[in-house]
Design a protein. Structure first.
Ligand code: A2P
Length: 285
């Protein structure tokens, strides 16, 4: 999966190319803040922007994309279906709402945001099956170039795969030093599903980790760059988020250095720091 880092893309199992670092927009307020952050990210060189219905910033993200002047087809744009919507018709309708908010006529990637929403907990397998049929329709009709899931553990993926005609191209999960989710990652690797990493900096918690700080000094990089480069070398796709222009730029300067195998192994071996987000199987939303 990581054979194309040098060209800054991964290839999904349907041959669509995806830029191997994405700009995350969780907690970026809608309106001018989102628009300016996205515009700055694109000017800094990001071509992959990740949003979601529940971030409530699709309008600002879309505005920032247009303000940047970048050609739509040069960008890779993701959104995610929130937990209050499931089912075939409802999903198609909500996808249309996302397109309207973003002011676009297609998405590059659409994800089911969480596997077991509280509203559908009793019959989540069945509602995900119907929801996924709608995703497959959107893919087949060309409204979206790739489809996937987020926060799915192996048990949720196995349930989906029982009826799926298209294997998800992506599972976007929490992944960073100290929280590597090996079972989910192995399942994804076995099924050709690319892992995207949300909170690749552990929501900022990792930036003061002494071992990572020492490595950052050794490579003359920032601790954030060490986390992100490590993630890339593991064949995963980091989605760092920042509203600070200098950090937005720093988080993309990852392609002119390499972490040695020995140091990468050292990062693999860091003590478990746990998840910063919710347990996907029992989230309270
Ligand atoms: P800010 O938005 O104020 O720049 P994660 O992507 O793991 O969820 O982490 C996001 C957090 O890490 C945000 O608080 C963000 O702050 C901070 N952050 C992002 N990039 C960097 C960086 N290069 N150096 C320091 N902090 C960063």
């Amino acid at each position: 999966m990581n054979e194309k880092i040098s060209e800054n893309t991964y290839t999904l199992h349907n041959q669509v190319e995806i830029p191997c670092v994405g700009f995350g927009t969780w907690q970026v307020p809608d309106g001018e803040t989102a628009a300016n952050a996205v515009m700055h990210a694109i000017e800094a060189g990001y071509t992959h922007i990740d949003t979601a219905v529940v971030y409530h910033n699709e309008i600002g993200v879309g505005a920032g994309i247009r303000m940047s002047g970048a050609a739509r087809e040069k960008l890779f744009v993701t959104s995610k279906l929130w937990n209050d919507v499931r089912g075939y018709d409802e999903t198609l309708k909500e996808f249309g709402n996302s397109l309207k908010r973003l002011n676009m006529d297609y998405l590059d990637l659409f994800l089911i945001h969480w596997p077991r929403p509280i509203a559908f907990r009793d019959n989540y397998e069945e509602v995900n099956r119907e929801t996924w049929r709608a995703f497959e329709h959107l893919l087949n009709e060309g409204y979206v170039r790739a489809i996937g899931v987020s926060n799915f553990l192996p048990k949720h993926l196995k349930a989906l795969l029982k009826s799926a005609e298209v294997v998800p191209m992506i599972d976007q999960i929490e992944f960073h030093p100290g929280w590597m989710q090996p079972e989910t990652v192995s399942f994804c690797e076995e099924h050709g599903i690319l892992v995207e990493a949300w909170s690749p900096l552990g929501s900022g918690k990792l930036l003061s980790d002494p071992a990572l700080v020492t490595l950052a000094e050794k490579y003359n990089r920032s601790t954030a760059q060490i986390c992100l480069r490590w993630c890339l070398q593991k064949g995963k796709l980091p989605l760092p988020k920042s509203t600070t222009p200098s950090r937005i730029e720093e988080n993309l300067r990852l392609f002119d250095f390499q972490i040695s195998k020995e140091d990468s192994d050292l990062i693999d071996g860091l003590a478990c720091v746990g998840r910063t987000g919710s347990d996907p199987d029992n989230a309270k939303f």
